[in-house]
Design a protein around this ligand. Structure first.
Ligand code: ACO
Length: 426
């Protein structure tokens, strides 16, 4: 028999099995807790709860480690492409050359968006947030591709379709929001170059593809590709557990990502840096506000539920940021503000005591800004990057016999039973 944990309630002992992870993250299996003891657990935000066994991503928040399918994020950021990393996450292994070619052909074959969908794009109000547009359009995709959806033999096509079309739709929504002509995907361009071209090419100003900018985008997307059971991924698994179609599950992930505590943080960081800059450039009053418990303000881009040290992605993103700015020969005053803020915050006892370090969003906003991505598209950029992660987590759930309908419990703290009082007697 494997290891067990003993729980004693009112002098009575109960043994629960311990599940051992390959990297030492062990869990007490309490799935029989309520049936055996009548008790449930209380764990707001699921901070101590694992809802699945997963072999996709490993992270160690204390040591600052992140690996996809066992491969360190640093190696992927150095050597891989976003398409190859997506394949690794979804299929579970690094592709051979022929597997990668086949996958790339699939991405090209499924890159166009049904022309009838253009009407939807055109009818959103001009000021609509691209995340709202994207989540609606991803749900709508399912209705255009019914029948070739989730049958086993079509799964790879469905995954390619999602990866390719979400990228096209993101660029389309930007063009349409500006009243510009939509640029179609090109078969001769790589996944990332294609996106940049669809975003920035125009009949009056043809876009020149710069391999260094393409590489910066590759790395940005690789860094965001998966992050185990984060809020949006948990949303995909939760909605997917009802056995809804994959498009609806992914759309739920997009909605969750939109929030400023999650993917929306990259937009919020730049807004905060701008605020600091506009107020004279001194970060100290903002640091003081973030420490003040009576003020809801937080330093955006700082802190993480799991990382209690430097986010390894933030380190890589910072290097990308320096490279992109040097390449473009640009000085971004917000980068100076960011550097000052980081230096001050990481020395501050409050941030040290609370283990608050810059997360990936802290520098990614500056990179996106330098590439020319508009502020309200930042979270969409994150969504495109996280897509392979959501797909691989959904796929893992699909083959997991333990993927039960998510149905948490609650501790009810409301009124006990009381009488209904007629309206005139209240
Ligand atoms: N600024 C100031 N204080 C902070 C911050 C911050 N950014 N983050 C956490 N804290 C403090 C809290 O006030 C709390 O203090 P207390 O214990 O004295 O009351 C303590 O640190 C713990 O905070 P929680 O909110 O309980 O920690 P949690 O793990 O739930 O928070 C989160 C993680 C939501 C990311 C938080 O750090 C935050 O709001 N950061 C800013 C938003 C952000 O950058 N989000 C991106 C996350 S990365 C991603 O999704 C890609």
């Amino acid at each position: 028999m494997g290891k067990t944990a003993t729980l004693i309630i009112d002098g009575k002992s109960y043994e629960f099995p311990i599940i051992e992870g390959t990297e030492g993250d062990n869990a007490i299996d309490i799935s029989s807790l309520r049936a055996r003891t009548g008790f449930i657990t209380y764990d707001p935000g699921f901070a101590n709860t694992s809802v699945c066994k997963s072999s996709i991503t490993f992270m160690d928040g204390e040591k600052g480690i992140l690996r996809y399918r066992g491969i360190p994020i640093e190696d992927l950021a150095e050597h891989s492409t976003f398409v190859e990393t997506s394949y690794l996450l979804i299929m579970g292994h690094l592709p051979t050359r022929s597997e990668l070619n086949r996958f790339s052909v699939r991405l090209n074959d499924h890159s166009l968006v049904h022309e009838d969908m253009r009407h939807f794009f055109e009818n959103f109000p001009r000021r609509a947030h691209p995340m709202g547009i994207l989540s609606s359009m991803v749900t709508a995709l399912r209705e255009f591709y019914r029948g070739v959806l989730e049958e086993e033999e079509n799964l790879e096509i469905t995954f390619a379709r999602l990866l390719s079309k979400v990228r096209t739709m993101a660029a389309m929504s930007y063009k349409i929001s500006r009243g510009h002509k939509v640029v179609y995907p090109r078969h001769d361009l790589t996944y990332c170059a294609n996106f940049l071209n669809m975003m920035f090419d125009s009949p009056v100003r043809p876009y020149t593809i710069d391999p260094d900018i393409v590489r910066a985008l590759e790395v940005f997307w690789i860094l965001h590709a998966d992050h185990e059971q984060n809020c949006s991924t948990a949303a995909v698994r939760l909605v997917g557990s009802a056995r809804v179609n994959i498009y609806a599950a992914i759309s739920a992930g997009i909605c969750a990502l939109w929030g400023p505590l999650h993917g929306g943080a990259n937009q919020a960081v730049v807004e905060m840096l701008q605020q600091i800059y506009d107020s004279g450039g001194d970060p100290m009053p903002f640091i003081e506000r973030a420490k003040d418990k009576s003020d809801p303000f937080r330093l955006m881009g700082f802190g993480h539920r799991v990382y209690k040290t430097y986010d390894p992605r933030a380190k890589i993103m910072k290097k990308v940021c320096d490279k992109v700015l040097a390449k473009l020969g640009r000085k971004d005053p917000l980068l100076d503000v960011a550097q000052r803020l980081e230096e001050m915050a990481i020395k501050d006892p409050y941030f040290i005591d609370h283990n608050l370090y810059p997360n990936v969003d802290f520098y990614s906003g500056i990179v996106l800004r330098a590439i020319g991505i508009p502020l309200n598209m930042f979270t969409v950029m994150f969504a495109i990057g996280r897509l392979p992660g959501w797909i691989s987590q959904w796929k893992e759930g699909r083959y997991d016999p333990d993927w039960k309908l998510y149905r948490p419990r609650q501790v009810y703290v409301g009124d006990r039973e009381r009488e209904y009082v007629y309206i005139d007697e209240r």
